[in-house]
Design a protein. Structure first.
Length: 109
């Protein structure tokens, strides 16, 4: 596990980008305090913008909508829930732990 930021550095329902090694990661903290990490690169446009996406939910799933073409992704699994007429693509996700007010990333999935 690698420490990436303090929990208080993440505003609820807003994204933040972090550089972990040579990988850009988008971090999200939901209103209930859960933290998720997905790839920052939008798989449809190639732009590194997912941390600027709109955080929401679909049923029980916390989601982010890409700011580029508005595809919606499940933050827990990276699954594309709404491909907007395109072939569904999945985001890479990371294991996240919060300990003593610090956010740690583990293995990419």
């Amino acid at each position: 596990m690698i420490a990436v930021c303090g929990l208080n550095d993440l505003l609820p329902e807003r994204g933040a980008a972090a550089l972990v090694g040579d990988e850009q990661v988008a971090l999200f903290r939901t209103l209930d305090g859960d933290v998720y990490a997905v790839q920052q690169q939008d798989p449809y446009s190639g732009a590194h913008v997912l941390s600027r996406g709109i955080v929401g939910s679909r049923g029980e799933a916390p989601t982010v909508a890409s700011p580029m073409y508005k595809q919606v992704f499940d933050l827990r699994t990276g699954e594309c829930l709404d491909p907007q007429g395109r072939i569904p693509r999945r985001l890479r996700t990371w294991q996240v732990e919060v300990r003593a007010g610090q956010v740690y990333l583990g293995e990419a999935r």
